[in-house]
Write a protein that binds this ligand. Structure first.
Ligand code: ZN
Length: 70
């Protein structure tokens, strides 16, 4: 079988919260400067944290989960 390999790299919550490279759940792609967004998911499924890049934050008016310095 030709497995493409899922981009499921275990991302540990790092101590550093300034401009981190991660996966943006909104435009479904990796981007730098993503932040954890507080998502109120309704229905089934564990409400995990989702990250959004700066562009999506502005476009969708997203609110970061926690305020970060600078
Ligand atoms: Zn994005």
């Amino acid at each position: 079988m030709t497995g493409t390999g899922q981009p499921d790299s275990g991302s540990n919550p790092g101590q550093r919260q300034t401009s981190r490279f991660g996966y943006c759940s909104w435009h479904q792609g990796h981007s730098s400067g993503v932040r954890l967004i507080s998502v109120q998911e309704q229905g089934s499924g564990p409400g995990g944290g989702q990250y959004a890049c700066h562009s999506c934050r502005v476009a969708y008016d997203l609110v970061p989960f926690a305020k970060e310095p600078r």
